[in-house]
Design a binder for this molecule. Structure first.
Ligand SMILES: Nc1ncnc2c1ncn2[C@@H]1O[C@H](COP(=O)(O)OP(=O)(O)OP(=O)(O)O)[C@@H](O)[C@H]1O
Ligand SMILES: [Mg+2]
Length: 258
């Protein structure tokens, strides 16, 4: 079990800028699925970029069990909304690229890529170019590529934001199973309160003013899907609806400061 710690982190984009995040404390276990919600501008992407090592804290420290995060690393794989896949390469080549960079020999690379593409249910499309795939398929290639490095943590910023409602629901189920099978801790940024409640083991609410965590709520709805309940049954359950309304109230109550 690893733990990614965001330890008393304050972050400003420049010395003369007000902090975007102030004194943030958040730990994510490698067995957890943590979803972060909050209004636009509340600092969600900044938080993920700090966890990924793209940004350095102004104060405080990001570390995995004491090992300070100094920059991006394969142990913390990142998936963005519009993932930068190579459009002229095939799904197989896109996933294989990360392994090639790591210097993994061809035979092993081929075996691992086939396994990863099967894992994201894309075995049949392995040799299609990215431009021939749907949005949901592209996102799954991006996730397979992130998983290629066998990360301890999967950091995702609105990975399903561009998908239509039905594909998004299927992808949510896919993400839950993937989390269960991969053994990687997940930090998911989402605009959707419903998605956060459905997927996460904890939902964290960021408030834009004074730019801090205002709630950290344990959740169990996703576990029910893994135990065989359907998405529809879970999302229409009065307990789910009540939790969703409470969370919406909590976010709307926060003052907005630009
Ligand atoms: N590169 C940057 N330079 C300066 N300020 C930035 C930069 N990126 C973001 N900000 C500012 O930091 C604050 C938080 O932005 P951030 O992108 O983290 O919010 P967010 O919660 O991800 O918003 P959204 O939901 O719209 O994606 C905003 O006020 C934004 O203007
Ligand atoms: Mg953002």
């Amino acid at each position: 079990m690893y733990k990614l710690h965001i330890d008393k982190v304050t972050f400003a984009y420049g010395p003369l800028q007000p902090p975007v995040l102030a004194d943030i404390g958040l730990s994510i276990g490698s067995d957890e699925f943590v979803a972060v919600v909050g209004r636009s501008g509340s600092g969600k992407t900044s938080l993920l970029s700090l966890a990924a090592g793209f940004l350095k804290p102004t104060k405080g420290r990001v570390h995995i069990d004491g090992r300070t995060v100094e920059g991006p690393s394969a142990e913390r794989a990142v998936v963005f909304q519009d993932d930068a896949l190579f459009p002229w390469l095939t799904a197989r080549q896109n996933v294989g690229f990360a392994l090639k960079l790591k210097g993994i020999p061809k035979a092993e690379r081929e075996r691992r890529v086939a396994e990863l593409l099967a894992h994201v249910d894309l075995a049949a499309c392995a040799d299609k170019a990215i431009w021939e795939l749907s949005g949901g398929m592209r996102q799954r290639v991006g996730i397979a590529r992130a998983l290629a490095a066998d990360p301890e943590f999967l950091l995702m910023d609105e990975p399903l934001g561009a998908l239509d409602a039905l594909t998004r629901e299927r992808m949510q189920e896919f993400l839950l199973h993937l989390w269960q099978d991969s053994g990687a801790g997940v930090l998911l940024i989402t605009h959707s309160i419903e998605e956060a409640l459905f997927l996460a083991t904890r939902v964290v609410v960021l408030a834009p003013s004074p730019r801090r965590i205002v709630a950290d709520i344990p959740v169990t709805f996703g576990r029910r899907l893994l135990q065989g309940d359907t998405s529809r049954a879970i999302k229409s359950d009065p307990a789910f609806v009540a939790a969703r309304e409470r969370l919406r109230d909590l976010i709307e109550l926060q003052d907005f400061e630009v």
